[in-house]
Ligand binder design. Structure first.
Ligand code: NDP
Length: 243
């Protein structure tokens, strides 16, 4: 049974990615979330309307032991299952000027995006290499490319994942496992719900925030066989804000 593991899949962009991969690619979904079980269960029901299975896995991507144990237990109970697609989507922001950024804000953002990438990818990559097929897609950010004032922690975390994407793609290309990053600009979700879209959109050529579904379209393409000759890329999806 083929599975796509999506971290932070219960809400926002991650949820849209789960729905798109289920609907378009017909993969079963292994949906990771951190705390909101109600949201995860609602998303699970929506995903299963596409005739695929959706298993929920609650763990904090920043907690290496929790990631390892949850995935090992799940694999032991699902010996026929094969994770062919990994979308490292879980991420948080703790914005503020660098001078006022305390260690907790720094560490939690780095631990979720960067160490989360390490923890989850480590746990599934060996199986992909062994079966000589896999798609790893990292959701990064415009901030990780251009740097964003007030987001030094987040820019650092996402920038590091961009570099890791490029390096890992070169290490494992021979095994037919591709690694790419998707860098969204401003996308409507809980993460951006307090942003003043009217003000921000003045700087966006397409004159609006993006939809989670628009990001999911791109991720689904990268997760499919149709992207077979693309690896080590960072693809922008930002309404023309930055290239
Ligand atoms: P949301 O805040 O809407 O959703 C976050 C999701 O991640 C939830 O499912 C949440 O689960 C989960 N999550 C958060 N922390 C952890 C953790 N430590 N371990 C496991 N799961 C976790 O975020 P978005 O959908 O907006 O963002 C998704 C990704 O896209 C992030 O990486 C973000 O940095 C990136 N991005 C977003 C942009 C935007 O404009 N929205 C722009 C650029 C990049 P739970 O509810 O259980 O906590």
């Amino acid at each position: 049974m083929k599975y796509a593991l999506v971290t932070g899949g219960s809400r926002g962009i991650g949820k849209a990615i789960c729905l798109k991969i289920a609907a378009e690619l017909k993969y079963n979904i292994l949906l990771n979330y951190n705390s909101n079980t109600e949201a995860a269960e609602e998303t699970q029901v929506e995903i299963e309307t596409f005739g695929v299975k959706c298993d929920l896995l609650k763990f904090n991507v920043a907690d290496a032991d929790a990631v390892q144990n949850s995935l090992e237990n799940w694999k032991a109970e699902n010996t026929e299952a094969k994770i062919e697609i990994l979308v490292n989507n879980a991420g948080i922001t703790k914005d503020g000027l660098f001078i006022f950024t305390n260690k907790e804000s720094w560490n939690s953002v780095i631990n979720t995006s960067l160490n989360g990438f390490y923890n989850v990818t480590q746990a599934v990559l060996k199986d992909m290499l062994r079966s000589r097929y896999g798609r790893v897609i990292n959701i990064v950010s415009l901030s990780g490319l251009k740097g964003n004032p007030g987001q030094v922690n987040y820019s650092a975390a996402k920038g590091a994942v961009i570099s890791a994407t490029k390096a890992l793609a070169q290490e494992i290309g021979k095994r037919k496992v591709t690694v790419n990053a998707v860098a969204p600009g401003f996308i409507q979700s809980d993460m951006t719900k307090d942003f003043d879209e009217e003000e921000f959109k003045k700087h966006i050529p397409l004159n609006r925030f993006g939809e989670a579904e628009e990001v999911a379209e791109l991720v689904s393409f990268l997760a499919s066989d149709r992207s077979s000759y693309i690896t080590g890329e960072v693809i922008n999806i930002n309404g023309g804000l930055y290239s």
